[in-house]
Design a protein around this ligand. Structure first.
Ligand code: PMP
Length: 418
């Protein structure tokens, strides 16, 4: 056996120069055998579109320009200064003085995971309010973390009352309640008044998803006693997706400090991120390479919100949503959320009209009008169309454009035989 192995090795050694010549050719280095992809050899083509779905929104020139700047190093003092400005911008947008306030390097889901995996430990009980897809996703993530997940359910299109929550807290005794402020899959705005206080009376932390609502509807983190709040960059902030604001109250920070085990993600460990963002008393250290250009864009998105003022932004979103709802009714469409106050000012849902296929309507708007609206998501699939008017896109002109395009679609889309 050993003799055969030696012979094999000898033969392989003798064949090596031949093989090498075949692979290397005459160029003095190996030859790549997989050719460059044809698609990459053509110029990049990005069509112009009006993005009036549930996000992303169109990015204004000022924010595009910020993201197109030359790079800085992620630890350069100018970059750390930008991060400090982002932090102050988030504190303003969230209306909080929480020191542990930063942007995670990722989209809204990344912030959702960061919130849950830092707050929860295996065996902790979390109560998840589910009236659309975001509660479902949070329950999924919490389950993966080994938490005891309890669900509080409402049909899509409805919100939770204080009584619903109170019963859930008394029954399940969770250490964290997850709830979505702007349910973008159904178009519901969840009232938050009194919720923080209620949770704290039950020794529970309040975790709120405001990805689709921040800047479009009032949310006051400190006054409303919210313990963890997160959002995204590509909705009202009108920046590209890829960075997500998040903030933790002192109560939430204390729970994290009491952890018996490390958070199961290094990338999203809030202790490490807090240091990188200058939220502790230690010198700032490299944790990961920040997505520099995403942060430059986010800084500008937050700056534009600060210049406009939160109240004006809330008013503008509510006013344009009201105009849109009026116009949709005049077209004979039925709003999915019955109660006006419960309508999310950023994303409006209408029932798919009888006799139409929603895919035909969305495809027609895209093809004929270069305009995006979306169908439902999760539990609202097939039931609704979703129209987003967020940040830079929340204008009267866009209300007119989407209503005009929908009028056209209703006249010209083939009636479905379904
Ligand atoms: N929560 C809500 C309410 C959302 O609307 C979204 C995005 N549509 C997310 C979370 C997830 O954000 P992302 O797609 O940026 O990961």
């Amino acid at each position: 056996m050993r003799r055969a192995a030696v012979l094999g090795a000898e033969r392989a050694a003798a064949a090596a120069p031949l093989l090498r010549a075949q692979l290397w050719g005459t160029a003095g280095h190996p030859m790549a055998t997989i050719p460059p992809p044809q698609g990459l050899l053509r110029p990049l083509a990005v069509p112009q579109r009006l993005l009036l779905g549930p996000g992303p929104s169109n990015v204004p020139p000022r924010i595009l320009a910020a993201g197109g700047q030359q790079l800085l190093g992620h630890m350069h003092p100018e970059m750390l200064q930008v991060m400090d400005e982002i932090k102050a911008g988030i504190q303003y947008a969230f209306q909080t003085r929480n020191r542990l306030t930063l942007a995670v390097s990722g989209t809204g889901h990344c912030a959702m995971e960061a919130a849950l995996l830092n707050l929860l430990e295996r065996g902790d009980t979390v109560l998840v309010a589910i009236n659309g897809i975001w509660g479902q996703r949070a329950a999924d993530i919490a389950g993966r973390l080994g938490a005891e997940v309890r669900e509080l359910l409402k049909p899509p299109g409805e919100y939770f009352t204080l009584r619903d929550i109170q019963e859930g807290l008394a029954r399940h005794k969770p250490s964290v309640l997850f709830i979505t402020h702007g349910e973008s899959s159904t178009g519901v705005l969840q009232p938050l008044e009194g919720l923080g206080e209620l949770c704290h009376r039950h020794s529970c932390l309040l975790l709120v998803d405001a990805v689709a609502s921040l800047g479009g509807a009032p949310i006051l983190m400190d006054q409303q006693e919210i313990d963890v709040l997160y959002s995204g960059s590509q909705k009202v902030l009108s920046a590209p997706p890829g960075s997500a604001p998040i903030s933790f109250s002192e109560r939430a920070r204390e729970k994290m400090l009491r952890r018996k085990t490390k958070p199961p993600s290094f990338y999203l460990d809030m202790g490490c991120l807090a240091n990188y963002w200058g939220c502790d008393d230690k010198p700032r250290m490299y944790h990961h390479t920040a997505p520099i250009n995403s942060f430059l864009s986010l800084r500008e998105g937050l700056a534009m919100l600060a210049e406009m003022g939160l109240e004006s932004s809330w008013d503008r979103h509510r006013a344009n949503c009201t105009l849109l709802c009026q116009g949709l009714r005049e077209l004979g469409l039925e709003l999915f959320v019955k109660e006006e106050a419960a309508r999310l000012p950023t994303i409006t849902t209408v029932r798919v009209p009888e006799g139409y296929a929603w895919q035909e309507i969305t495809a027609f708007l895209m093809k004929e009008h270069g305009l995006e609206i979306a169908g439902g998501l999760g539990p609202s699939v097939g039931k609704v169309l979703r129209i987003g008017l967020m940040g830079y896109n929340s204008t009267k002109d866009n209300v007119d454009r989407v209503l005009g395009a929908l009028r056209d679609a209703l006249q010209r889309c083939r009636r479905s035989r379904l």
